[in-house]
Design a protein around this ligand. Structure first.
Ligand code: PLP
Length: 249
């Protein structure tokens, strides 16, 4: 049985080793603990060990946990697909949004940032390819559209562009995919020197991401253990109305 302290130490060691192997300062890579599906108690346990940045991928789960844990000085990150009508609630938590992949969403977040009097910090999410269903589930702007989207985001007063974010496709080696991301990030950085960050790398591929220049890794499983199987969003239709006793066979 490993403890949260063991797992946090192991992840920090992986990050430091990958940074040194790439000739980089380990302190140049930030760790966001992705706490989706975990309890507020799990977050508290890791926070007590010195981990301050946490990531969520559902607006409701983020707002509930941020409220539960408001007594702690945590830094929240939103890493999931975001609907425009949830932009304001996410912005209100102060979370950094990693998943800006279309202009209407950027505009909605910018409005929230202006209303709050504090720009929303964002990453533009890049789609690095994969099966169509996987892309639909994960989100991200097509690489060709990213420079223009980054320009638009950088021009919105309610936003601050921190850089690019991506998830490696499941059906490809992460190294070449992250190299494409890094090339795109260089292009964006040439026009927007302040957008110097790169959000890439998860439990299974943080080494490849750091080799490609990731400055922020988003790690869930390696810190918290395997995630529980998600319960279906909609109860399957069985043809048996709720409360009707099953026929005994
Ligand atoms: C869940 C998730 C992670 C963390 O994934 P692990 O494989 O559990 O480390 C990172 N980024 C995003 C966008 C996620 O949804």
């Amino acid at each position: 049985m490993t403890t949260p302290a063991d797992r946090l130490r192991a992840v920090r060691e992986r990050i430091a080793a990958a940074a040194r192997a790439a000739g980089r300062d380990p302190a140049s890579v930030a760790l966001v603990a992705v706490s989706k599906t975990r309890t507020a108690g799990d977050v508290r346990e890791l926070a007590a060990l010195g981990q301050a940045a946490f990531g969520e991928n559902r607006a409701q789960e983020l707002t509930a946990k941020a409220a539960d844990l408001a007594d702690l000085p945590l830094e929240w990150h939103f890493v999931g697909q975001l609907q425009r009508n949830k932009a304001a609630v996410v912005a209100r938590t102060g979370a950094v949004v990693h998943s800006v992949d279309r202009l209407p969403l950027a505009r909605a977040l910018a409005r929230a940032g202006e209303e709050a009097g504090r720009p929303v910090e964002v990453f533009v999410q890049v789609d690095l390819g994969g099966a169509p269903g996987e892309i639909a589930e994960r989100g991200g702007a097509a690489p060709d559209d990213v420079p223009a989207l980054a320009d638009a985001v950088a021009g919105l007063p309610g936003l601050r562009l921190r850089g690019l974010m991506a998830v490696a496709p499941r059906d490809e080696e992460p190294g070449p995919a992250f190299a494409r991301l890094a090339a795109l990030a260089d292009r964006v950085r040439a026009d927007h020197p302040g957008a110097a960050e790169l959000s890439a790398g998860m439990s299974g591929d943080l080494e490849e991401a750091i080799a490609a220049g990731a400055t922020l890794v988003r790690v869930g499983t390696a810190l918290f253990g395997p995630r529980p199987i998600p319960s279906p969003a909609v109860t399957p239709v069985t043809g048996v109305p709720p409360g009707t006793p099953e026929e005994v066979v």
